[in-house]
Ligand binder design. Structure first.
Ligand code: ADP
Length: 396
C-alpha cells in the first residue's frame, strides 16, 4: 500500500516542543498538531489528531520527556499510531537565528548545521534547542529532507539604516546587527493579506504579533522595513516574561551596584520581567485582564503604551500607514487590548469599530477609517510546511 507523504514541523523552545503533521500529497493540509511542554520537569502532552482520533491530554513520565529527544520520540510514537500510513518526506524546523546569511528556508546539510551552531551565541536560549530538535529528527528520519525556516529571514530586507547599531563598525561585521524575529508569523500574515486584501498588502502595513513573545513589524509591499526586535528576541515590546526595550545602563547598575552575575541578569530580563514582573501576578494576559488589581492594570497599561509608541515610530519609518494587523494569542483574542491600542489613534488614520472588534471580525475598522484595522490569525507551522514542500519539490 502506498503511504501518504507528510511534512512534520517542529518548533523546539527552551522547555517545549510544538509539532504538526501535514498531508502534502497536494496543497499542505493539517492532519495533527500538538505540544509537549515542561520538558525536563513535569512534562505534559497535548495533541489534536483531527478526524483520525480523539484529541489527547496527558501527563508524561520523566522518562518520556527527559529532554527534547525523548519528547520528540514520545510525540512521534503517538503520531505513528494514529497515522500508520504516513511517510515523513520532509521535516521542517523553526530555527530562530539564520544570522546575516540566510534570507530563505534552506535544506539542512552537515555544513549548514555547523554554520547554524555558530549562530547559537546570538540566541543562546533558543538556538541550541532548535538544533537539538534537528539532530533528533535527522536520527528519527534519516531519509527525509530536513529544512530550516528562520525567524530572522523575513527581516533580511531591512534597509541598512535599520540593520545597524551605533557601535564601532567591526561589531556589525561580527554579526552584531538588528535582526528582528517572528519572521515566520509575518511571512504568513503577508501572504494572507495578499489573498484577503491585495491593495492593503501592497501598501504600508504594521503587523502587531502579540503573544507570549511580542513584536511589531512595519512592511511595504509585504517586505519588512523595520521591526521592534533587534539583536535578540528581548528588544521592543514588553512580553509575558521579557523586559522588551530597556536602557542598557540598567545592566551596568545591576551588575556593579546590585552584584548580580550576567546569568542572573539574563534570567531576570528573559524570565521574570515583562507582564509577570510588572504585575507580580502572571505572564498571562487573560489572568491580568480578569485580575483587576492595581499592579495587573499597570502591567496592561505599560504593554499598551509601548505598542502605541512603536506604532507611531514604525508609521514614521514607513512614511504613513495603510493598515494595522493584529495577530498572536493576545492580538487575535483580546478585544480590550485592541481597543486600548487604537483609542484616540484617529491622528494616524485608525478608527476602530467597537462592534466589529467585540465580534472578533477580520475587519475591525469603521468604513470611514483612513487606514484599515484587521485581525488575522497567524500560522507559523503552515509556513514551515509550505517551505518544506517547496524545497522537496525543487529537490525532486
Ligand atoms: P506564544 O508566544 O507562546 O505562541 P500565544 O500566541 O499563544 O503565545 O499567546 C499567548 C497569550 O495570549 C497569553 O498571554 C494569553 O493570555 C493570551 N490570550 C489568549 N486568549 C486570550 C483572550 N481571550 N483574551 C486575552 N488574552 C488572551
Amino acid at each position: 500500500m502506498t503511504k501518504t507523504p507528510v511534512a512534520l514541523t517542529l518548533n523546539a523552545g527552551s522547555s517545549s516542543l510544538k509539532f504538526a503533521l501535514y498531508d502534502i500529497s497536494g496543497t499542505p493540509v493539517e492532519l495533527a498538531s500538538g505540544l509537549v511542554d515542561s520538558i525536563g520537569s513535569t512534562p505534559r502532552l497535548k495533541a489534536d489528531f483531527g478526524a483520525a482520533a480523539p484529541s489527547l491530554k496527558r501527563d508524561l513520565t520523566a522518562a518520556e520527556a527527559r529532554d527534547h529527544v525523548s519528547a520528540l520520540n514520545t510525540a512521534l510514537s503517538e503520531l505513528r499510531q494514529k497515522f500508520p500510513n504516513a511517510k515523513a518526506s520532509v521535516v521542517g524546523h523553526r530555527v530562530v537565528h539564520g544570522g546575516p546569511v540566510y534570507a530563505e528556508p534552506v535544506e539542512i546539510t552537515a555544513e549548514v548545521l555547523e554554520e547554524l551552531r555558530r549562530f547559537s551565541p546570538f540566541a543562546p536560549i533558543h538556538q541550541p534547542h532548535n538544533l537539538a530538535g534537528v539532530e533528533a529528527a535527522m536520527a528519527a528520519f534519516p531519509d527525509a529532507l530536513q529544512v530550516a525556516c528562520f525567524d530572522t529571514a523575513f527581516h533580511r530586507s531591512h534597509p541598512k539604516v535599520n540593520d545597524v547599531f551605533a557601535l564601532p563598525r567591526e561589531y556589525y561585521d561580527k554579526g552584531v546587527r538588528r535582526y528582528g524575529f517572528h519572521g515566520l508569523s509575518y511571512d504568513y500574515i503577508s501572504g494572507e493579506l495578499k489573498r484577503l486584501a491585495p491593495l492593503v498588502h501592497d501598501g504600508r502595513v504594521i503587523v502587531a504579533h502579540l503573544g507570549n513573545g511580542a513584536s511589531m513589524c512595519g512592511m511595504i509591499g509585504g517586505h519588512s522595513i523595520a521591526s521592534t526586535m533587534g539583536f535578540t528576541a528581548l528588544d521592543g515590546l514588553p512580553m509575558g516574561t521579557r523586559t522588551g526595550q530597556i536602557d542598557p545602563g540598567v545592566i551596568f547598575y545591576l551588575v556593579q551596584q546590585e552584584g548580580m552575575s550576567i546569568d542572573e541578569v539574563r534570567q531576570l530580563f528573559y524570565s521574570k520581567s515583562g507582564l509577570l514582573g510588572l504585575s507580580g501576578l502572571s505572564n498571562d494576559m487573560r489572568t491580568l485582564e480578569a485580575a483587576g488589581t492595581v499592579e495587573a492594570n499597570e502591567a496592561i497599561d505599560y504593554f499598551v503604551f509601548r505598542i502605541r509608541r512603536e506604532l507611531g515610530g514604525l508609521a514614521a519609518a514607513l512614511g504613513g500607514l495603510d493598515a494595522l494587523v493584529f495577530c498572536g494569542g493576545i492580538g487575535e483574542n483580546s478585544r480590550l487590548i485592541r481597543e486600548r491600542v487604537c483609542e484616540g489613534m484617529g491622528w494616524i488614520g485608525l478608527e476602530l469599530d467597537r462592534e466589529r472588534n467585540a465580534r472578533n471580525d477580520t475587519l475591525i475598522s469603521t468604513e470611514m477609517s483612513r487606514a484599515r484595522i484587521l485581525v488575522v490569525p497567524t500560522n507559523e507551522e503552515l509556513v514551515i510546511a509550505r517551505a518544506g514542500t517547496r524545497l522537496l519539490e525543487s529537490a525532486a
